[in-house]
Design a protein around this ligand. Structure first.
Ligand SMILES: Nc1nc2c(ncn2[C@@H]2O[C@H](COP(=O)(O)OP(=O)(O)O)[C@@H](O)[C@H]2O)c(=O)[nH]1
Ligand SMILES: [Mg+2]
Length: 245
């Protein structure tokens, strides 16, 4: 009997040997046989690839793609998505390897796709609110909010959080949206939203996008995003805006 893959999550991994929460991934694989995890080793120089091979050997619903050279998160995710299409799932998403967004949030995304058939993209959103447990350092919260406000204006969409590392897409749009490499290195999420907005006929964003307010998000230590990257973001945003406007 072949298992039906209904949802596929691409996990980009760059030197994640220390951070990879193997037991969380294994528990998820075991509990959800119809969910495929596709890890992408992005030219890591540590033992990441060995860990990914082990987990893929152990679970039928885990697989990996090995990029011999580091290509950056955007390209790692893009190549992972194109490979994920081979499994013919209903949705394909990406999910940061540090599990800052716990895997337990993923079923909430799938439920939204079921209850709102016109959805093309569900994005995790780190909305600081009472009752939620969003643990983002104050300075990253502020930088993130300022960036999101500019990005939201450039996109012409009321986005609260463009940069959360948990986003899921309807598989039917993936080949078109992920066909071309992204112009941007760190903020390819903004480009993704532009691309979907383009195919979604501009006026229907409320049916096509959903920002899901995460219940839990943790600022995991060991982020490879440095202050310098924040400084580059406005220039990348300008480049994207110019290209897609
Ligand atoms: N920093 C970095 N992350 C990459 C790269 N390729 C893939 N990734 C993955 O992209 C995700 C970004 O994670 P992280 O460094 O925690 O970024 P942050 O949470 O946005 O600060 C992780 O799953 C990384 O393993 C790369 O070239 N550089
Ligand atoms: Mg992180």
């Amino acid at each position: 009997m072949t298992e039906m893959t209904t949802h596929c999550l691409v996990i980009p991994c760059y030197n994640e040997e220390q951070r990879l929460k193997l037991s969380a991934f294994e528990g998820h694989l075991q509990a959800n046989p119809a969910i495929q995890l596709l890890f992408v080793n992005d030219g890591s120089s540590d033992q990441t690839l060995r860990l990914l091979k082990e987990i893929s050997d152990k679970f039928q619903n885990a697989d990996f793609l090995d990029l011999p050279q580091n290509r950056g998160k955007a390209e790692a995710v893009r190549l992972g998505f194109l490979k994920a299409l081979e499994k013919n799932p209903q949705t394909i998403g990406f999910w940061d390897a540090d599990l800052a967004t716990p895997l337990e949030e993923a079923p909430e995304f799938y439920r939204l796709f079921e209850s709102r058939p016109k959805l093309l993209c569900v994005m995790g959103s780190r909305i600081l609110r009472m009752g939620g447990r969003i643990n983002r350092h104050l300075y990253r919260h502020i930088i993130g909010r300022v960036f999101a406000t500019f990005a939201s204006n450039a996109l012409g969409l009321p986005v609260y959080d463009t940069q959360c590392g948990a986003k899921i897409f309807k598989a039917s749009i993936v080949s078109e949206v992920f066909k071309q490499p992204f112009l941007s290195y760190w903020i390819f999420d903004v480009e993704l939203i532009y691309r979907i907005k383009k195919i979604s006929n501009y006026s229907h964003y409320n049916d096509n996008f959903y920002e899901y307010p995460l219940s839990i998000w943790n600022d995991e230590a060991g982020s490879k995003l440095k202050m310098f990257d924040f400084l580059k973001a406005p220039f990348e945003l300008l480049k994207i805006w110019w290209h897609y406007r």
